[in-house]
Ligand binder design. Structure first.
Ligand SMILES: Cc1cc2nc3c(=O)[nH]c(=O)nc-3n(C[C@H](O)[C@H](O)[C@H](O)COP(=O)(O)OP(=O)(O)OC[C@H]3O[C@@H](n4cnc5c(N)ncnc54)[C@H](O)[C@@H]3O)c2cc1C
Length: 553
């Protein structure tokens, strides 16, 4: 059998691209090969309050190498291992991000299909936004992915108004229509989730794989590449080899194994930095130094804040009967996603100067010339099982540190070295500190109603004998972050567009091989990655189909 398309990995991106290709031409012979199983009907992941997510059977349970800027800790980096990939275990935050990033992406690669305007049609095609849709120019109303909001699920958290008021008291204001998913997330937006009344929407349940041949529990070990007959020809992908040695032939191979495994598979196939390949005696088909580089992930820091009066029933776990109603289990117990830039521009400029060795020009530097989305704050009405505390999550959305994925061996069964290189830059440390200071001002100062009336204080962390207060020093905040920062589970950038793949997602220098997953993001997307990944994959299907049509004309 010669397949028209073989997908390596059956995660989010592969589900969308293969499903769309089948829709566009049902005669295509498409094979999807997924290392994990099929969780689509597993109640332990599909229904609310699942405990079978991170750390469960559908998680690869990766760990980073020791992070030198985080007390040499190895950080857990879960990734989905099942049809649907990350969507089987993810948190369901439906967060579009900042128009600026997509425009930067389009400019960086010189192709405006990847700008915000280029991707917006696909973002809209993917979703059915929760009714009432206040700005239809920005939102889809009949896409396959159903989006829920706090309003559409009839959750009325007791602290909503005070939370809203407190954000404004520290200078953060609601976005028009409270919509952070309309290209400008800087401000207060309502939390959106891709859940249907709490039910998980797994990518391949939404973009159905009917008509597509699917192999689960099957690990691909490399791409098979032909040796070119002459010097001016490029090597060509002809199939894949499974970990058990079986070879499967295809006319075109699409790597969609996620930012960690796609980079590994490229290298195991002989496409990567030649010095890295030589270390493991892998024959070099293409010296491509950028494979595995440009790796970024968003750091996540959580802190627990004790309530002054736990009996008031503000948090899940308390005796408040409201929380026994089923809708309170439908999603993250938070009203808002709050995205912020940096107000202390002089401090940011000083951090940039330390990293780059020269004073940045505020009119030209990409981090200074306009407001960027640096931090996200999620004030969650849950913290401890007894409902006596709430959680403040800080997500550093615009890391300037770059990490890498490198090989540990020539064996696909060995997880590669995963190095997000968190907080390697002064900018990242400065931005995280600013985020924590804003959260302290919100939760623990006289400036806000939450600080005055609701929260008693921060609960601290093991090994520290002080807690976050308005008097916390930079050194203390840095130490807490080094001890506690984790991953937001958003690996990206390891086969960056413009460097490793071209704007048609073809691996440069190799014929018949593409990459479609978060590896291709050439710039950091300042959002949780689902929305950008769905849109990228949706557009990729059109690009692949159009190139097929052109080649058969
Ligand atoms: C715990 C968690 C929480 C998250 N929360 C959110 C959130 O709230 N909002 C949001 O927007 N994003 C979230 N994300 C991120 C989002 O789910 C991912 O960015 C997205 O799934 C990436 O899509 P992808 O197609 O690049 O890769 P994936 O969806 O990861 O798919 C890759 C697939 O390839 C398979 N594979 C890998 N190697 C091989 C191989 N050698 N052979 C065969 N198959 C292979 C994997 O098993 C996997 O199924 C979260 C992710 C995780 C893990």
């Amino acid at each position: 059998m010669l397949w028209d398309y073989i997908f390596v990995g059956g995660g989010l991106s592969a589900s969308v691209v293969s499903s769309r290709l089948h829709h566009l031409d049902p005669a295509l012979k498409i094979l999807v090969i997924e290392a994990g199983g099929n969780a689509n009907n597993d109640p332990s992941v599909v229904y609310p309050n699942s405990t079978n997510l991170i750390g469960g059977e559908y998680d690869w349970k990766y760990q980073t190498i020791p992070q030198v800027n985080l007390d040499n800790r190895q950080v857990d980096l879960p990734c989905g291992k099942a049809l649907g990939g990350g969507t089987v275990i993810n948190s369901g935050g439906w967060i579009r991000g900042d128009k600026f990033d997509f425009d930067l992406w389009g400019d960086t690669v010189g192709d405006h299909r990847w700008s915000y305007a280029g991707l917006l049609p696909y973002m809209k095609l993917t979703e059915t936004a929760p009714a009432p849709v206040k700005n239809p120019d920005e939102h889809g109303t009949d896409g396959p992915m159903l989006i829920q909001s706090i309003e559409s699920t009839h959750r009325e958290f007791p602290l909503r108004n005070k939370t809203l008021e407190s954000w404004q008291e520290v200078g953060v204001h609601p976005l028009p229509n409270n919509d952070g998913n309309a290209g400008n997330p800087l401000g207060i937006g309502d939390l959106f989730e891709n859940k249907n009344q709490g039910r998980r929407e797994i990518a391949d349940n939404v973009f159905k794989l009917t008509g597509i041949t699917v192999l689960t529990e099957t690990l691909v070990s490399k791409v098979l590449l032909s040796t070119p007959k002459s010097h001016n020809q490029a090597p060509e992908a002809t199939g894949v080899q499974l970990a058990n040695g079986t070879k499967i032939q295809g006319k075109e191979i699409i790597l969609a194994a996620g930012a960690i495994r796609t980079a590994q598979l490229l290298m195991l196939s002989g496409i990567g930095p030649s010095d890295e390949l030589h270390k493991f005696k892998i024959p070099v088909v293409l010296n491509q130094p950028e494979v595995g580089k440009n790796f970024a992930d968003h750091g996540l820091f959580g802190a627990l804040w004790a309530l002054k009066d736990p009996s008031a029933g503000y948090a899940i776990g308390s005796a408040n009967p409201l929380f026994n109603e089923p809708q309170y289990g439908y999603g993250t117990p938070a009203d808002f996603l709050v995205s912020t830039g940096i107000t202390d521009k002089a401090g940011l400029a000083a951090a940039i100067e330390k990293d780059e060795g020269k004073k940045p020009d505020p009119k030209k530097h990409p981090l200074l010339k306009q407001d960027r989305t640096f931090n996200e704050h999620v004030f969650q009405y849950a913290g401890t099982p007894d409902g006596s505390a709430v959680t403040f999550a800080l997500i550093n959305l615009l890391p300037t540190s770059k990490g890498s994925v490198t090989l540990k061996s020539a064996n696909i069964n060995d997880v590669p070295n995963i190095d997000p290189n968190y907080h390697a830059t002064e900018v990242d440390k400065f931005v995280a500190r600013e985020g924590i200071r804003l959260q302290i001002a919100f939760a623990n100062s006289n400036r806000t109603v939450i600080g005055r009336d609701i929260i008693a204080g921060e609960l601290g962390a093991p090994g520290f004998n002080e807690t976050f207060t308005t008097a916390s020093t930079d050194a203390y905040i840095d130490a807490r972050i080094a001890a506690g920062l984790g991953s937001t589970f958003h690996p990206m950038g390891t086969a960056a567009m413009g460097k490793v793949v071209d704007t048609n997602l073809k691996v440069k220098g190799i014929n018949k091989l593409r990459v479609v997953d978060t590896s291709v993001f050439p710039v950091v997307i300042t959002a949780h990655l689902q929305v950008a990944t769905y849109a990228t994959a949706y557009q990729a299907a059109d690009i692949i189909y159009n190139s097929l049509k052109c080649s058969t004309k």
